[in-house]
Write a protein that binds this ligand. Structure first.
Ligand code: ATP
Ligand code: MG
Length: 380
């Protein structure tokens, strides 16, 4: 079988790696060059989108910010999974919020704002502090503003007005103004839904962000009641979209409750630990689902953590001397803050995992992995 992935980054690459043993061939559509490429060797090209569609039995996406024209062409072939509506919903915070409201899933209070009047009304209706997020094209904390007190309102609005004016999206831009949630921690759930509506979810992952970007994920499978809440939210969202494939949901934990932050209609960075920590990794399960194959067990086989490599193109060789450590590089050119790869670490049990993580943190240079050692120390 053949799969075409819209987007030619690390997620397409890891789908290709996970698909090989199943004899599934993955090619990727690079939205920058409009060429179909080999996700493992992007210099190897196979022609245009039409050829890629012809080649494929199933088409999927590795990110949600894809032009609606491309989505429409792919959907017309009858091979696109998840649907264009699911992908668009993940790429537009307005649609995302409407979906959460309609599916009755708890999330932060919000208002959609495109004018100064609406901005003032949002400030008056919601309680400060507020977080403002671009409706389209937001990722890794980009396109966000924080309003802590009223004196900042004029300056922030000026910034947003310029941002909206200069936006080049193919849809009208706006901002979603959201109540800041005083969360205890951030967790996420990755789950998979098959074409016949079967769902399975992976254990909840605890996520630590550094400068607005995910830096460490920890999967230990010890949050029973939260797991149940998260699985229910996953099912509501996935069923509402008649979703096919892997879908991630980011949550804020407040006391014993979860509020949805956002959804990602794709494999997700906080699910990379599944490559070593689960029966079937998220990449294989996504490909299985879109190819209409049975989905695999999402059980955690051993406590696992993932550390992102952000902006560095090497790590000390001694990292590999730690038992149950796997390093995954994405083959990208080095750029400050860029997701270059990740490190998975496993243990038979949580104490063993934490011992290995502590050892890893002591080897990784603080300049390339800010806050990582601090976060890991606080876990032990
Ligand atoms: P990413 O691509 O990393 O998921 P993003 O740009 O899509 O990020 P969000 O996940 O919505 O944006 O926000 C980034 C981070 O900002 C969150 O992980 C969280 O730490 C913080 N944040 C977002 N919304 C809120 C909120 N309502 N209350 C408190 N913190 C928030
Ligand atoms: Mg997020």
């Amino acid at each position: 079988m053949n799969v075409l992935v819209l987007g030619a980054g690390q997620l397409a690459r890891m789908m290709a790696l996970a698909s090989k043993p199943l004899n599934i061939e993955v090619r990727a559509f690079d939205v920058g060059s409009n060429q179909v490429v080999d996700p493992l060797s992007p210099n190897v090209t196979f022609g245009d989108l039409a050829g890629g569609i012809e080649f494929s039995d199933a088409i999927t996406a590795e990110f949600e910010h894809i032009s609606h024209d491309v989505l429409a062409i792919c959907e017309a072939s009858g091979k696109l999974y998840p649907s264009s509506q699911s992908i668009k919903t993940g790429g537009d915070r307005r649609l995302e919020k409407t979906l959460l409201e309609n599916a009755n899933v708890a999330n932060a209070k919000h208002k959609v704002v495109a004018t100064r009047e609406q901005f003032d009304e949002a400030i008056n209706t919601l309680t400060l502090p507020l977080i403002l997020k671009s409706a389209l094209a937001g990722y890794d904390g980009k396109g966000q503003w924080r309003l802590k007190d009223l004196s900042q309102a004029d300056a922030i609005w000026q910034d947003i007005e310029t941002f909206i004016k200069e936006d080049t999206s193919d849809q009208p831009q706006a901002v979603v103004v959201e109540q800041m949630i005083p969360f205890d921690r951030e967790v996420s759930m990755v789950g998979v839904r098959s074409k016949n509506g079967e769902t399975q979810s992976y254990p909840l992952t605890e996520n630590h962000h550094t400068n607005g970007v995910l830096s460490v994920s920890l999967a230990v499978d010890e949050y029973q009641s939260l797991q149940k809440q998260a699985s229910e939210a996953f099912e509501k969202v996935a069923n509402a979209l008649d979703y096919v494939g892997v879908l991630a949901i980011e949550f804020f934990q407040v006391g014993d409750s979860l509020l949805v932050n956002e959804i990602a209609p794709r494999v997700h960075n906080s699910g990379h630990w599944t490559q070593q920590g689960s029966d079937t990794c998220q990449f294989e399960n996504h490909v299985r689902a879109v190819c209409n194959l049975p989905i695999g067990s999402t059980d955690l086989v051993r406590p696992t953590a993932m550390v992102n490599i952000l902006g560095a193109d090497k790590v000390p060789d001694d990292v590999l001397a730690i038992p149950s450590v796997s390093v995954h590089w994405y083959g990208k050119t080095k750029r400050a803050g860029r997701k270059m790869g990740h490190i998975n670490v496993c243990g038979k049990n949580k104490p063993e995992l934490l011992t290995r993580l502590t050892k890893l943190a002591s080897i990784l240079p603080e300049c390339d992995f800010p806050e990582v050692a601090e976060y890991i120390n606080q876990l032990t």
